[in-house]
Design a protein around this ligand. Structure first.
Ligand code: ADP
Ligand code: MG
Length: 364
């Protein structure tokens, strides 16, 4: 018999207001055991506030935090089965790496010997075997990041919270650490809640992404669903580059929508919120740059979008990144990705096509 499993973490109606400012508004989230959740949003969207209400550093104005079925809303951080990796790592510079990693265990009155054994165990896990007796100030940025991670893992939390943990690292190291974080997380089976404003980072690590904007949830789902079928205009433009076409609903039959845009009239399938739309309604259609094809490489089921006049071209190795004017009077600016073996020139007119199933109808 299928049992309905209680999620590991439940955030219910969390709100946080400061004097003049609402930082987080009615935030709900369930986190399953072993799930890697990313809170993604621009600076100021409330990510840190949510994380710190979950970790116990910020008291919610309203709402509840439940972990493993218990209401922990009133508990301080040390009494919760959580551990946090802070944005600035918050390591003790005068202490050894081993003492830093064992700090949370010392707070929990674990003996010195047991602490050192556990510290060496987790240092190995994060790739810092043999670094225990070093001082923190002798480490590189990437190594400090690993120490902070090891310190959080050492206490065996049920949920590990990470606030922009890779923000201080250079790009190559960040990419490498993203992969390692996922490996470590899958190996431990611990739930991670990871905050970032970097959509590529979110896609690389997350099982589930929660897109935040102005203290509210804009969208939530798997990286591929959010990228391919964004629920709102905000998500469509925040998660990667997109073309947003203003559109009008001409007719609707169930979830089949006839939509008029500057690039033509298309028969599209709308999402849930499209089923109540009336003809004449204003909406938007999102179409990714890589979903617009020149005639030479267009798939069979692509439909014509008319001609696009190329205005700007940059060669990026895997593709040409191109700006173009399209639509009736060339009123629409489009971003395209053209095949690298094409030799396009600025000023050239190109017939472009796209598949209707790649077009996402946005109603908000
Ligand atoms: P993010 O982590 O997404 O950048 P934050 O959660 O830090 O966003 O902040 C969300 C909003 O709440 C911001 O507008 C911020 O200025 C405000 N805020 C956060 N902490 C405080 C505070 N202690 N006092 C007043 N306003 C705050
Ligand atoms: Mg923040």
């Amino acid at each position: 018999m299928a049992e309905t499993k209680e999620p590991l973490v439940r955030l219910e109606g969390l709100c946080k207001s400061y004097d003049t400012q609402v930082a987080v508004e009615r935030f709900d989230l369930s986190i399953a055991k072993g799930e890697f959740v990313v809170l993604l949003g621009p600076s100021g969207s409330g990510k840190t506030t949510v994380l710190s209400m979950l970790g116990g550093f910020t008291e919610p104005s309203e709402g509840r935090v439940l972990i493993e079925g218990a209401d922990v809303t009133a508990l301080p951080p040390a009494k919760r089965p959580t551990a946090t990796v802070f944005q600035d790592y918050a390591l003790f510079p005068h202490m050894s790496v081993r003492a830093n990693v064992g700090f949370g265990l010392a707070m929990r009155k674990v003996s010195r010997v047991a602490r050192d054994i556990r510290a060496d165990e987790v240092l190995k896990l994060v790739g810092l075997e043999g670094f225990g007796s070093r001082r923190v100030h002798q480490l590189s940025g990437g190594q400090r990041q690993r120490v902070a991670l090891a310190r959080a893992i050492a206490v065996k939390p049920a949920v590990l919270l990470l606030d922009e943990p890779l923000g201080a690292l250079d790009l190559a190291l960040r990419r490498q650490m993203q992969e390692e974080l996922v490996h470590i997380q899958k190996r431990l089976g611990t739930s991670f809640v990871h905050v970032t404003h970097d959509q590529e980072e979110a896609m690389s690590v997350a099982d589930k992404i929660v897109v935040m904007n102005k203290g509210r949830v804009e969208d939530r789902g798997t990286p591929s669903r959010i990228y391919r079928r964004p629920a709102s205009l905000f998500t469509a433009t925040f998660m990667g580059e997109n073309n947003i076409l203003p559109a009008k609903l001409v007719a609707r039959s169930g979830d089949e929508l006839t939509v008029e845009t500057a690039l033509g009239r298309f028969l599209l399938v709308g999402g849930e919120d499209a089923s109540a739309l009336q003809p004449g309604a204003a909406l938007h259609v999102a179409l990714r740059p890589e979903q617009i094809f020149p005639a030479a490489t267009a798939p069979e089921d692509a439909v014509p979008l008319g001609a696009a006049i190329l205005t700007e071209l940059v060669f990026q190795g895997t593709h040409w990144r191109a700006h173009a004017k399209a639509g009736g009077k060339g009123a629409l600016d489009l971003l395209l990705r053209l095949p690298p073996d094409l030799a396009p020139a600025a000023g050239e007119a190109l017939d472009i096509l796209a598949r209707p199933q790649d077009m996402t109808v946005l109603t908000r």
